[in-house]
Write a protein that binds this ligand. Sequence first.
Ligand SMILES: [Zn+2]
Length: 399
Amino acid sequence: MLAPLSARLAKPLVLALGLAWGMGVFAVEGRVQTESPSTAAPAASDDAPEPDIRPHLRELIHKPERRLPPVESASREAGKGEKVKPGAAAAPSAPVSMAELRDLIDEKIAEVRAKQAAAAVLKIEAKSPKRKSSAHVRPVTYPRGKEASIPTPAGAPRVSSDKHGKHDLPEPLGHEVHWAYSGDTGPESWGMLKPEYRQCMLGKRQSPIDIRDGIPVQLDPIQFDYHPTKFRVIDNGHTIQANVDPGNSITILGKRYELVQFHFHRPSEERINGKQYDMDVHLVHKDAEGHLAVIAILVEQGNTHPALQLVWNALPLEKGIEQASSVPIDLNQILPEHKQYVTYMGSLTTPPCTEGVLWMVMKQPAQMSREQIGIFSRMYQMNARPVQSAQGRMIKDGQ
Ligand SMILES: [Zn+2]
């Protein structure tokens, strides 16, 4: 562009003003003319003016009415209206619009979190005010009378392919996300199935564990206050569970926990020095604040267990429906003769894998007959979560 222009200008100048003076001008023009193509950075001379011009051109094209207001307000509006359009927001004055971008991103994150929190409240307990404020370490609370909804391991109907569960249940408990003990929705995937299940993947104090290298100490004895009690049996799609009437409790370190329900796993979830047992029973208790304490009783094959037979006798004909037992159960009969136990802090062993659960694993196993174990395995061949890392946790081994 400079070349033809300067050539056109140079000629009349030479003619009108004479050779000597004209040569001077030509020299100037010539210098400019030769400078442009021969300068070390011709590309730079092309690009240099563009940052000044282009953003303004863009503004004019996109928002002709906003030439005058400061760039920051224009970019704010552009950001709000167009969901953070990077070109418009970031162009002319980066420092200011970055801060605003951050605000917008924060807003977006808050929106998404609010939606997730709302979903979580629906899932478990809408009344609890603690849920939102303490997302990381929150006590597990369940309203009185809704103990059956405690996800240990009540929960969604499974989609496992074992012979007992070929078809999905019609969601008897109102859950929409399926989890299982194998396949695509198995334990390795639990944490990804639902935001509320993240602890299953990210938690640092998960259960079950292989119990070993505990510190040998004298532990406070667990004070059992169990009485013959009415109960109802339910096949919740993950296990057989017995929901018991109020009135059974344990006291440990001065804290009283009420028994809510007990259920079964096959094989045992806990291991002791690597040894896995045929089955285990989990007795789930909660204190007045909703903290959970679970007593695990390992089961090995042996004699018929008369008390646990009462649970089998009351098996419901259909999944998801409670069957009341006509005979009360005395849970003292489930407890081993020797009450030494191992204790550690862990989690629910089923989604949502909530932590802060006090575990007490009885060291002496109970016995069930081969037939009794066989009855359970006809329904649940395998419903044990794999052992989780003990992560250097304190394990106290009562002597
Ligand atoms: Zn359990």
